[in-house]
Structures are given as C-alpha cells and as structure tokens.
Ligand binder design. Structure first.
Ligand code: DGY
Length: 328
C-alpha cells in the first residue's frame, strides 16, 4: 500500500472535500470551533507535506519553514492571510477557490445593500422590542434602491456580479478599477469613472477589491467625507480596505447615512464595538460565501488543489502561478 502523505487541516470543512482528503491522505484535522493557536499550527505542520487552511490562519514564512510543505491549499478565494511571496520563494504552490463563491457573495452584497437601504435590522429589532403599535407614516424611512446610483469599486468577478444585480434594479452603475472593461461597459451599460467621481456620485458604494498594500484603507476619512450624506457603504470584500475608525466617525457624525459590512477590521469585531452597536450599521459575520452550494464546491476545490500539490501536479486553481515559472 502506498504511503499516504501527511496533511494538516486547520478546521472542519464540508465533507464534500474533507472526505477525499481523509481517504487519500493521513490527515489530522483541527476540530475546534475557533482557529488553532499559532503554536499548534507550527507543531502540526512540522511533519506535514500539505496544509489546508482558512483565511483566519496567518500563514507566513515561519509556518512554511516549520515543515516540508509541498502545497498550501486555502479554503477561500482571498489569500491575504498567506505570504504569497514567501511561498513562491520557497517553491510552494498556494491553491485557492475562485469562481464558485462569486454569485453567493454577490447575493449577500445585495442583501446587505437592501438591508441597510430599507433598515431591515432596525425594523426587526423594533418589532421584537414591542415598538410596533401602529402603521407609521414617518417610521423607518429608508432609501429607494430601484433607479439609484450604484458605485462598484473593483470590477472583478464579484464586482461584476453585483453590477449585474444593480442593473436588474435599473440602477445607474458606475465602476472604478485599475483597468477599463469596455465589453462589460457595453453589455451592462456601466460607466467607468475615477474613484473620486464614484464616491461623489454614488448613492451606494460597494467595495470589491482584494486586500493589497495599495487597497488598505482605500476607504479612509477623505473618501468617506467625499461621499454623499445620504450614501450607504457596503463592504463584503476585506475589512482592511475600510478604515474602521474613520467609518465610526462617518456614521456618528453623518458624513454618510449607513454602512453594511460582511467583513471588518479587526475580524471578528467585539460585540461592544461601536460599529456593532450603531443602529445605522449592519454587521454580519463574514458570510458572503456561506451557502451550502458554494461551501461544498470550495471544499472540493481545496481538496483538488491539495492533492494536486501532493502529487507534484500543477494546482488547478493556483494563487501564485509564478511558482511554476520559477521552476522552469
Ligand atoms: C473568500 O473566499 O475569500 C471569502 O472571503 C470567504 O469565502
């Protein structure tokens, strides 16, 4: 019988992928609800060839050097928790799960947009707290979504899927991106604008860039002050793109009307954080990809990447393709 490669899996993921990993590898799985502590990861990878990790695990050169890793497979599309440069320098391919969570995340983005616009969480609290005593002509007035202006920052897969939803609501859709997308402009009737123009004109500003050094705090005090006072900010990308302290002030002082966040900085946010407590901010716990369908497919892809790396094949979904150029 062939020797099974040792792998460490940092959390229970759907059986759709985990079962394959267990059948083909000698897998140790961290079954805790919270992420494994750093010393546990360092200890566990010491004799492993493969690591299947989550966005809540910081995977840097120290972790990579703690073992003889041949592959790192991330159960997510975003890989900002992994030092890709360090992985590439060490010849370790890093897998991720692009594509399969696009529509789920775009759905959630739009759900957040609608929830903030129409003040759904406030309405739910109002009813639960016994406040609903009659129909109120002036109660819980929100913003109309249909026909409003949507500003999409970052027209990648998810940004495009959100833009499509916006067009379904007859919205004027502006986008900013490092590059222009003429075909999508034509197909969807999108308008390419600068970030400054976008934040000045949009009723809803939605963020869909990866977290990179150049996008950290892209939404800062200056950006928030440039937005309309009735504007709503949605972030379902990465928390670090928005300066959380500036956002607290923006919501407290009325620079913008409301925000809806699936991601925060730090993450998780403590329950007593101002953004959690404010009535004009909706916070949900990073659930953009949390549909059964998306998470099952993510698990399958993570397993495919892991197994490919262990057998020395090119990863089907590789986040650092430069690792292969380096070898040739
Ligand atoms: C990702 O995949 O990067 C999401 O944030 C979680 O699914």
């Amino acid at each position: 019988m062939n020797r099974q490669p040792k792998v460490y899996v940092t959390r229970l993921i759907p059986e759709a992928g985990l079962q394959t990993v267990r059948e083909t590898c000698h897998a140790r799985v961290w079954e805790g609800k919270l992420p494994p502590p750093r010393d546990v990861i360092l200890r566990e990878v010491a004799d492993c060839e493969g690591l299947l990790c989550l966005l809540s695990d910081e995977i840097n050169g120290t972790v990579m050097d703690a073992g003889e890793l041949r592959v790192i497979s991330q159960f997510a599309v975003g890989v900002d928790n992994i030092d890709l440069t360090a992985a590439t320098a060490r010849g370790i391919p890093v897998g991720h799960t692009p594509g399969v969570l696009t529509e789920a995340t775009a759905d959630l983005t739009f759900a957040l947009l609608m929830a903030a616009a129409r003040r759904i969480p406030e309405g739910v609290d109002f009813v639960r707290d016994g406040g609903w005593r009659t129909w109120e002509p002036l109660g819980l007035l929100g913003a109309q979504v249909w026909g409003a202006t949507l500003g999409v920052i970052g027209l990648g897969r998810i940004g495009t899927a959100v833009a499509r939803r916006g067009r379904g609501f007859q919205m004027r859709v502006l986008y900013s991106d490092p590059r222009r997308h003429p075909e999508l402009e034509k197909e969807l009737g999108l308008e390419y604008v600068s970030l400054e123009e976008l934040v000045e004109q949009a009723d809803f500003v939605t963020v869909h860039t990866p977290l990179l050094p150049e996008t950290r705090h892209l939404i800062d005090e200056g950006t928030l002050r440039a937005m309309k006072p009735e504007a709503i900010l949605i972030n379902a990308a990465r928390g670090g793109i928005v300066d959380a302290d500036a956002l607290v002030r923006a919501l407290e002082e009325g620079w913008i009307a409301r925000a809806a966040l699936d991601v925060t900085d730090p993450e998780p946010l403590p329950a007593d954080h101002p953004l959690v407590r404010m009535p004009n901010c909706v916070v949900v716990p990073h659930i953009g990809s949390a549909t059964v369908r998306a998470r099952n497919r993510m698990a399958e892809m993570a397993a495919e990447n892991l197994l490919a790396g262990l057998t020395g094949e090119r990863l089907p979904y590789c986040a650092n393709p430069a690792v292969y150029e380096r070898e040739s």
